[in-house]
Design a protein around this ligand. Structure first.
Ligand SMILES: Cc1cc2nc3c(=O)[nH]c(=O)nc-3n(C[C@H](O)[C@H](O)[C@H](O)COP(=O)(O)O)c2cc1C
Length: 199
């Protein structure tokens, strides 16, 4: 009989997620600062909520959270693996003047439906209006937006005349392997859904 005797028990506190690798996406969340500048910050705890909602986990101490609440909107850009350094730079500390000068390295485009920017040369973008925040997960909150516009690089779109494995091979996906690694996913296999599976 399998039992738990050979397993290591871990502390169920903030150190838990440092003990193993978990697979996450890596996106750039864009918000508008009160002085009109654009802010961008990487988030890996970010996910679609089926339907037209997208959420991410954010500390209320971050400008991203404050700006999303005060401006009522945020954008999400999905960087390609080749942009991992630029993506990381968006987490650079602010200077004494409160500015994140590293953001000058990121080329942006204006969002169409909300007040914000999208990051150039990404595979996929969302424009969201703030739906709600859910506070109280320790030092973190959940920020959920309703997707009001979405844009994709046509080369990264699934189409009937292209096999999914070939699309991922030619347009790899960026994955974040928390806590400190990333991967470029260019190989994939069809998922073995059970016969009769319905979502
Ligand atoms: C790879 C990576 C992933 C991150 N993921 C998250 C995340 O999911 N949630 C979060 O609150 N902060 C995350 N951060 C930290 C913020 O991006 C970082 O603190 C940023 O500077 C906050 O900027 P802001 O104050 O302009 O919002 C991540 C940082 C890196 C480098």
């Amino acid at each position: 009989m399998p039992n738990t005797e050979n397993l290591v028990s871990l502390q169920a506190d903030e150190t838990l997620w440092e003990r193993v690798f978990t697979v996450a996406p890596l996106v750039l969340v864009g918000t508008r600062e009160p002085d009109g500048r654009a802010d961008l910050a990487p988030k890996h705890l970010a996910f679609p909520m089926w339907g037209p909602w997208y959420g991410f986990v954010c500390s209320p101490t971050h400008a991203t959270y404050r700006n999303a609440v005060s401006g009522g909107a945020f954008t999400v850009s999905f960087p390609k693996p080749g942009h991992v350094v630029l993506t990381s730079l968006a987490a650079s500390p602010r200077y004494e003047d409160g500015e994140k000068h590293a953001l000058e390295a990121l080329e942006t485009l204006p969002a169409r439906e909300v007040d914000g920017v999208l990051v150039a040369d990404c595979s996929f973008h969302l424009e969201c209006r703030l739906d709600r925040t859910v506070d109280g997960f320790g030092a973190n909150s959940l920020v959920i937006g309703r997707v009001v516009a979405a844009h994709a690089d046509p080369d990264a779109l699934r189409t009937l005349d292209r096999e999914d494995d070939e699309l991922i091979h030619t347009h790899p996906l960026l994955a974040y392997l928390y806590p400190k690694r990333f991967a470029s996913i260019d190989q994939s296999l069809a998922f073995p859904f059970p016969a009769g599976f319905k979502r």
